[in-house]
Design a protein. Structure first.
Length: 247
């Protein structure tokens, strides 16, 4: 009997030491890559993130930054208008941050694994230039247009983060309602008739409504087609899936 107890203590001590050693290797940092943006906006969208656990081990903050762009408009051509290039000059970037509260009572494992809530802020800029051939009675006219969209969003998010093999994370922002501030406008490189502008604005509006997620919510289509600009405050939203590496 005594020999059995002795053997148990001998083997138990290394196990306890290993557990203590694991606690000392608590990983506070995670590098993320956003896998949602490329699915929505194309392969030109690359957004990286960093999450840092704070001293409390139940709170963290994240910062995300990267490049993005409008989705490809596709082929635009009709009897009076022709899009001469698909992606002449695409630009854009994304910056966002959040502060996370990991709900210890809901989570079996320590942060950053499990359920979290918290406020967030994000800023997105999209811009591109396009070349058009406008067909008129006097003959075809080549026109350059410049499209700009600025989006500020403030809201509150709910998410869950999985941890695999101690190093790999799958982070999902599942709900992120908020308030969005949208500034959207189109400029032209030369003076055009109202009819010519209308043709281009109608074409852009149709393509964006088809290709850009949430376009009907963020843009007043009537105002955009009439003036080539819209400034709107309405609902905002954040949804995101990220793959990460912990260290």
């Amino acid at each position: 009997m005594l020999s059995s107890v002795f053997m148990f203590l001998v083997f138990e001590q290394p196990a306890s030491a290993q557990e203590t050693k694991k606690e000392e290797k608590f990983r506070k940092n995670t590098i993320h890559i956003n896998i949602t943006n490329p699915l929505i906006f194309g392969s030109g969208s690359v957004v990286l993130g960093y999450e840092r656990l704070l001293k409390s081990k139940k709170h963290s903050f994240t910062i995300n930054i990267g490049v993005t762009s409008f989705p490809d408009f596709g082929l635009i051509e009709n009897d009076s208008l022709k899009h001469l290039n698909k992606l002449k000059d695409q630009s854009g970037f994304n910056v966002s941050a959040d502060y996370r509260f990991y709900l210890l009572k809901e989570n079996k494992y320590p942060a950053p694994r499990g359920v979290y809530i918290g406020p967030y802020y994000s800023y997105n800029y999209f811009g591109n230039r396009n070349s058009w051939e406008v067909k008129t009675i006097a003959g075809p006219t080549i026109v350059e247009s410049e499209l700009k969209l600025n989006v500020h969003t403030i809201g509150f998010e709910f998410g869950y983060q999985f941890i695999f093999r101690d190093r790999i994370s799958l982070d999902m922002v599942l709900l992120g309602p908020g308030v969005g501030f949208y500034d959207f406008k189109v400029g032209f490189n030369n003076n055009l008739s109202d009819a010519a502008k209308q043709k281009i604005l109608d074409a852009l509006n149709g393509s964006l409504a088809e290709k850009f997620p949430g376009y009907g919510v963020i843009v007043d289509e009537g105002e955009f087609k009439k003036n080539g600009a819209t400034d709107r405050t309405t609902i905002g939203y954040r949804y995101m899936i990220q793959l990460g590496f912990r260290f």
